[in-house]
Design a protein around this ligand. Structure first.
Ligand code: FAD
Length: 309
């Protein structure tokens, strides 16, 4: 059995693997693909101390760093079910889709999250070429340009407020008849001079010139199609944690995030979690990496304190 078994090879999982391996404990990592969401990213300018990189480069660097240590990499595999130990110090089981079951004294869950997509024509085609999901990440790329935000909940309105300070103009499209964001956020949004709010506006198509986004079409409350010229569309209709396989085991929040304490511990002794899959606020690479380190150190602390059962 492993001392530490990590599920997920994104920034959080890779960081946990390096930290665990450096303690000399038997470490394994189940990796669907190294890099996680980072593989879907183009330019990255906020990985502190690296002025500029891109998704494939950073993913390759994460993998190389993990492979520098004595880590058992179980690749191209997904975890399907978690079987928590019957008592503290006991062995947890993780069933893989292949049918194999791995055992470990501690498990670190780092399965990340994914953005809910609009599912309209043009969205996939222009991803990272005008279609964006993360205002903290990509906002500055649209300085002085016109953008839309799809989604009128808290994250959509926060994104619109954030972007309005950077870009020339923001159009917020909400498919329902009113915004769902907190009132203070709505008040702030409506006070901004370069923001237009459209309700009953259903985005139906993202258009481009083959290279970049040039506009979008939405169906209005009048039932007619309307066109907007713009350079960017931020989709803000939900970040979904990849935690469906954990149902009935560790405690999840109402949003399906793994509830962790300030040590990265879940509701089950010996099971830790890190990164976008958890309740840790602000889903970012540097935060996921810090979280992975924290969870690995907590797992090590558990290993030296809790006798094997
Ligand atoms: P993830 O990166 O989501 O990795 C989790 C991994 O686990 C994935 O590979 C997933 O497939 C895998 N997995 C899921 N379920 C299972 C399972 N059952 N078994 C095994 N493996 C599983 N952040 C920044 O800081 N700067 C940026 O510029 C930036 N740009 C972004 C651009 C885009 C388009 C996107 C989508 C995100 C961006 N982010 C950016 C956010 C950043 O990528 C995430 O915060 C970060 O990757 C989270 O790391 P993680 O390890 O927690 O999860």
């Amino acid at each position: 059995p492993f001392d530490v078994l990590i599920i997920g090879g994104g920034p959080a999982g890779a960081s946990a693997a390096v930290y665990a391996a450096r303690k000399g404990v038997r470490t394994g990592i189940v990796v669907e693909r190294f890099g996680g969401q980072v593989m879907d990213t183009d330019g990255i300018e906020n990985f502190i101390s690296v002025k500029e990189t891109d998704g494939p480069k950073l993913s390759a660097a994460l993998e190389a760093h993990v492979r520098q240590y004595d880590v058992d990499v179980i690749s191209s595999q997904r975890a399907q079910e978690l079987f928590p130990a019957a008592q503290p110090g006991g062995l947890h089981g993780v069933a893989l889709e292949s049918g194999a079951i791995l055992h470990a004294r501690t498990v670190i869950i780092a399965t990340g999250a994914h953005w809910r997509h609009l599912g309209v024509p043009g969205e996939e085609e222009y991803r990272n070429r005008g279609v964006a999901y993360c205002p903290h990440c990509d906002g500055p790329f649209y300085k002085g340009k016109r953008v839309a935000v799809a989604g009128g909940g808290n994250s959509g309105v926060e994104a619109a407020i954030d972007l309005a300070g950077i870009v020339a103009h923001v159009t917020l499209l909400q498919r329902g008849s009113h915004l769902k964001a907190d009132k203070v956020l709505q008040d702030k949004l409506y006070s901004m001079p370069n923001v237009t709010v459209l309700t009953e506006a259903l985005t139906t198509r993202i258009e481009g010139n083959g290279k970049n986004v040039t506009g979008l079409t939405y169906r209005g409350g009048d039932g007619a199609d309307h066109h907007l010229d713009l350079e960017g569309v931020f989709v803000q209709i939900g970040l979904l944690p990849n935690t469906g396989w954990l149902k009935g085991t560790v405690k999840l929040s109402d949003f399906g995030e793994i509830v962790v304490n300030d040590h990265g511990a879940t509701s089950i002794p010996g099971i830790f979690a890190a990164g976008d899959a958890t309740t840790t606020p602000y889903k970012q690479i540097v935060i996921a990496i810090g979280d992975g380190a924290k969870a690995a150190l907590s797992a090590f602390d558990y290993l030296i304190r809790v006798p094997a059962a």
